[in-house]
Structure formats: C-alpha cells, structure tokens
Design a protein around this ligand. Structure first.
Ligand SMILES: [Zn+2]
Length: 398
C-alpha cells in the first residue's frame, strides 16, 4: 500500500489523545506480522493505549545499532474547531490531503509503513526500527514507557529520526517544556476583616510577578541562542483559579506556568529560585498570620529539550538526503529530547508544515509526502553495502 493510502487508513482511526489508540496499533501490528516481523507493544498503566516498536533486522540478522523512525500516533482534539469536511476521513483536494493528523504526524508514519517492503528487500547493513508512541500531544507520556522497554530488551539503536513536520528540513534542536503548578493555601475570613485572613489570590499574584521578573532575567542572559525564533528561555503563566465570592478572603488559589528552556538550560534554573522565594519570603509572611498557610510547588510535565550538539554523524547522513541541508532549531518540543536522553542521537525531519498542525482543516501537501517517500528511499539505499549481491540477500524472518 502506498503512502497516500496508508495515510487515509491512519486518519480513519480517531486517535485523539483522550481516546485509546489500540485499534490503530493493532492494525499496524497485524500488517507488520504479515510481513514476517515481530513487533512488540508497551502499554500504559491502564492498558488502553500502547506504543509499538518493530525492528527490521540487518542483512546479517543483527537487531542492534541502526536508525529508528519515530512518530506519535495520537492527535489533538477537533472540539470547537470548524472543519470544512469530516476530520477523520481523509479528503484530497488540489494537491493537499486534509484530515486530523495528516501533517502532525500520521503523514510520516504512513510514509514509513509504505517504505517497509523497500526496507525488507534491501540488504541492510544495520537494522532499521519503527517506534510509534501514544500521548505525545499531552506531554510526551508514551515515549518514556517505550524507551524503558527498549532498554529492558537490551536494544540499542544509535540514531533516531523523529518525523514531526519540518517541511523535510533538518531540525537539530528544540526547546524543552516543563510545566509547573503552584497551589497557594491561605486562610479564609470575611473580606471586611483582612488582618484575620491570608489572601491566597494575593500571594499567588506576588509569586506570578516574581516568576515574570525571573522571565525578564532569562531574556537578559548572555548565553542566548539566536538560532531559535525566541532566542531565550521563557516563562509564562497560563491558567489561574481561586476565590468563591467577593466578600470572602480566598483561602485557595492555584496557577500553572510553563518554562520553555534552551537546550543548555535546565528546569532547576527556574525551580530553585522560585522555591527559595516561596520558602524564604512568601511562606514566612503567610505563616505570621496562620502557621498552616503554605504553598505547594511541583512539576507536572517534563519534556526535555533536544540539543543538536552531539549528533554530527546523523546530521552528515541526513544532509545528503534532504534538498535543503540547512540546520534549524525550533520552538516546539517533540519526543526527540527523550530519545536523546536515552543515549540515541536524534534529529527531527518530517513532511508537512507545523503551521498546519493542530488547526481546523489540517492538511499536508501531497508534494511533501512525495519528498518524504524519496527521502526514505534514499536513506534505505544508503544503508546498502557497496557491492550488493541481490542473490545473496536474505531476510531475517522470525
Ligand atoms: Zn506532533
């Protein structure tokens, strides 16, 4: 089946992150098994979602080393979006294929699956692997489960291409995303008796201002990276809740902020000063009125940045295969940082544009799919030994 037909099939499975992805995973697993391969799944805790991993062994049967093609199977919701056509039915119109997930990122997965026969008929010097995850769109929750299972099985792929939409350009680095939650526990009182209460909203506000000042300092650091659109690490408060009535001093306020860090910076760079401000400044002031008052501060999501510094070999290989070998760095995060943290050299390169992702009428240009097909064909061929003898080619079947 070709890439376009695979993409139509994949879009037909509604794999919005809140739903199970198992129907799609089992469909792909059946295809891989029919091709004589031995895919394995790594499920989430409650068993309603799974990662899929499969190895196409090298010509000598080896399953170690090699390149991983990585994609996430989940898609963002279509709720509240105004689509011109049914989002889970692929629709081709004027050189574009429309559907939820067409560009982010079932297009890449479709191209990889369509290339499977080429992978199996090539005399691979090193194995190729396909890694499909769940729950990428809600904080990259699936990939770490797969990577843990990979380590448990003793598999050690050396390189990874994450096929998020880059217009088939080579993205070598992205920022990390770390989200934090602050729960301010104050003390209620009638709003006419302010000295008897501890106003949780007002303490939350002090902390938000402090975080905003910290953001200003990040912007003034000397070690900015101009290759990013926004060349510094950022902090942004996005959600706040607190209070029940205007005449009650609120005893509870919760807010969340995200920290998007340059690859050389860590979450501790902001978490430590924030924690110190809470412990040394805010809590003592709150506890002067009531010793039970406090602020809980904890991290939610932890998606590490991808740092392009250590993957020169992979960059050199990919540079030969893409039309535009210029390296870029992007603001959005991917599972790439998690693969890198697992010791796998990783870059991002996939069909479609991030500008079409997550929107109503998401689409991918058919020309982008064709470029991805071409890229994968060349990549598979560059794996071939110089003096390939087709007659001696053997496939490793389990
Ligand atoms: Zn994506």
């Amino acid at each position: 089946m070709d890439t376009i037909n695979w993409l139509k099939t994949l879009i037909g499975f509604d794999t919005t992150s809140r739903s199970s992805n198992l129907q799609l995973i089992h469909h792909i697993a059946d295809y891989l098994c029919q091709a004589g391969l031995d895919p394995w799944l790594a499920h989430n805790d409650i068993g309603n979602k799974a990662n899929l991993f499969v190895t196409i062994p090298a010509a000598d049967g080896s399953v170690h080393d090699g390149i991983v093609f990585s994609g996430h199977t989940d898609v963002v919701p279509v709720d509240g979006q105004s689509w011109s056509s049914e989002p889970f039915v692929a629709n081709i119109h004027e050189g574009r294929l429309y559907g939820r997930g067409s560009c982010d990122m079932k297009g890449f997965i479709a191209a990889v699956l369509a290339a499977l026969p080429q992978m199996q008929s090539a005399a691979l010097k090193k194995p190729l692997h396909i890694a499909l995850s769940y729950d990428e769109e809600i904080g990259c929750l699936g990939a770490p489960v797969m990577l843990a299972e990979l380590a448990r099985r003793g598999l050690n792929p050396q390189h990874c291409i994450v096929g998020e939409p880059t217009n088939m350009r080579m993205v070598v680095a992205h920022k990390g995303i770390h989200t934090f939650c602050c729960e301010v526990h104050g003390k209620s009182a009638h709003s006419s008796l302010t000295p008897q209460g501890v106003n949780a909203i007002e303490y939350a506000a002090k902390l938000i201002v402090y975080i905003n000042q910290l953001a200003g300092k990040l912007q003034q650091r000397a070690d900015l990276d101009q290759a990013f659109d926004v060349p510094f690490s950022t902090l942004s408060t996005g959600v706040i809740q607190g209070g029940t009535a205007l005449n009650i001093i609120p005893n509870h306020c919760t807010f969340e902020f995200d920290y998007r860090n340059l690859p050389h910076m860590s979450p501790a760079d902001v978490a430590e000063p924030i924690r110190a401000y809470i412990r040394n400044v805010l809590e003592p002031a709150m506890q002067a009125t009531d010793p039970h008052c406090h602020i809980d501060f904890f991290q939610r999501e932890n998606v590490p940045a991808l740092d392009g510094a250590d993957n020169a070999l992979l960059q050199a290989l990919i540079a030969q295969l893409v039309d535009n070998s210029q390296l870029s760095k992007v603001a959005y995060a991917t599972e790439g940082g998690q693969f890198q943290a697992a010791g796998i050299h990783t870059i991002i390169c996939g069909p479609g544009s991030i500008n079409q992702a997550h929107k109503a009428d998401e689409y991918i240009e058919l020309a982008q799919l064709a470029r991805c097909d071409h890229f994968l064909s060349k990549l598979i061929r560059t794996q071939l030994p110089k003096h390939k003898n087709r007659h001696s080619t053997h496939r490793n079947t389990p």
